[in-house]
Design a protein around this ligand. Structure first.
Ligand SMILES: *Cc1c(COP(=O)(O)O)cnc(C)c1O
Length: 374
């Protein structure tokens, strides 16, 4: 049967068909909250109380979610995680960084550091896709950087402080992990992310939970005389964030959606609740892949398997792109693998907003498609 002809019965379909790894499923309650800001907040000055209060609510919601240790602060600025890499290159790395690159996103931060003429060449520690590399603490490294969750491959790493030189910072790309995986914030100096993954919001902004040591470092590096573009100057981000502002005009809709998602997660039981939910959803998929003859979890070591991004390989008898195309034709979208990975694979987000029951329905829908592709 051609995949275009496969019509999945309605009772097998998930209630919501969005399984993308970012942008990802947005909950209707978030849009209701956004609509409630008309006309009191939307279309009003970002330098006045209504918008600043919204920014303040997001910042305190994040501090609560992460159980921010004494002295840690929540920063934000326009741009997204990709912009944060450039900001970190200019305003955080003093001389030399070490990076774990076990996928595209970890590698990209390493490349940004390598391109900076004012830094020493970074030490980028790579491993094959689906596995995980490790740090080799060394003298002269002042930033150790790694992704909490590598979205391109579905590998996660524990957040633990790297024991290097005194004052060396542990810097974590939490873009697809934050709000979906539990961790101890005191184990990181910088925990940064974009909001379009577990926070079910829109992109274009970055947030970071930073330690007192990171703040001290930012203040030192940005006053050292190095040229730093104003949009990448993290000292400016500290100053503006403390006033619940951004350097230039922020988009309000992502902040509103983020604020509502934080209220929801914190109200349900915080990070422990969110992590239990994503673990449940991802286990549904890993168990399905283990018991399905044509499928295998891509990440071989169960301890490295992500609870928020599940990657499943298919054997040669099945064309995974035909599965994702058939799912897409039935309203189940964005199960395609990360484009540069180039594997015969499905990649499925199990972010906090996604209902575990919808993930169960998804496995039934895939079974239905598999039977008919055969
Ligand atoms: C999505 C993602 C990014 C990039 O985020 P942008 O908002 O597009 O800049 C960076 N790192 C990780 C781990 C991601 O999942």
């Amino acid at each position: 049967m051609r995949m275009a002809d496969i019509s999945i019965p309605t009772d097998l379909l998930p209630a919501d068909g969005r399984f993308g790894c970012g942008p990802s499923k947005v909950r209707s309650e978030q849009l209701d909250f956004l609509a409630s800001l008309q006309p009191r907040v939307l279309g009003t000055s970002h330098r006045q109380a209504p918008v600043k209060d919204l920014v303040g609510s997001v910042r305190s919601g994040l501090a609560e979610l992460f159980r921010a240790p004494e002295g840690y602060e929540v920063l934000l600025a326009n741009g997204g995680a990709t912009t944060f890499w450039d900001s970190a290159v200019h305003s955080l790395i003093e001389r030399r960084s070490q990076h774990l690159a076990f996928g595209e996103f970890g590698a990209k931060f390493g490349k940004a550091a390598a391109a900076a003429p004012f830094l020493e060449a970074p030490d980028v520690r790579s491993s094959d896709a689906g596995s995980r590399s490790t740090f080799a603490p060394a003298e002269g490294i002042d930033v150790y950087a790694f992704p909490h969750n590598e979205t391109s491959t579905g590998v996660m790493a524990p957040v633990t402080r790297v024991a290097g030189d005194a004052g060396a910072l542990t810097v974590v790309d939490a873009t697809s992990a934050a709000g979906g995986i539990d961790f101890d914030a005191s184990e990181a100096d910088v925990y940064y992310f974009s909001p379009q993954k577990n926070f079910a919001s829109d992109g274009g902004i970055w947030f970071a939970l930073v330690s007192p040591a990171a703040i001290e470092r930012i203040e030192r590096v940005t006053s050292s005389g190095r040229y730093i573009p104003e949009t990448l100057n993290l000292a400016g981000a500290i100053e503006n964030s403390r006033k619940n502002q951004t350097l230039n005009t922020p988009a309000l809709a992502p902040l509103a959606m983020m604020d509502e998602q934080l209220r929801w997660i914190n109200g349900q039981g915080g990070l422990a609740w969110a992590a239990a939910r994503t673990a449940e959803s991802s286990n549904v998929l890993y168990d399905w892949a283990e018991r399905t003859a044509v499928a295998t979890p891509f990440v071989a070591d169960p301890a490295h398997r992500s609870q928020v991004v599940v990657t499943i390989d298919f054997n040669d008898s099945v064309d995974a792109s035909a599965i994702s195309a058939a799912l897409r034709a039935n309203g189940i979208v964005d199960t395609e693998p990360y484009r540069k990975l180039g594997r015969n694979q499905l990649r499925i987000a199990t972010f906090t907003a996604i209902e575990p029951d919808d993930v169960r329905a998804l496995t039934g829908a895939i079974d239905y498609v598999l039977e008919r592709l055969g």
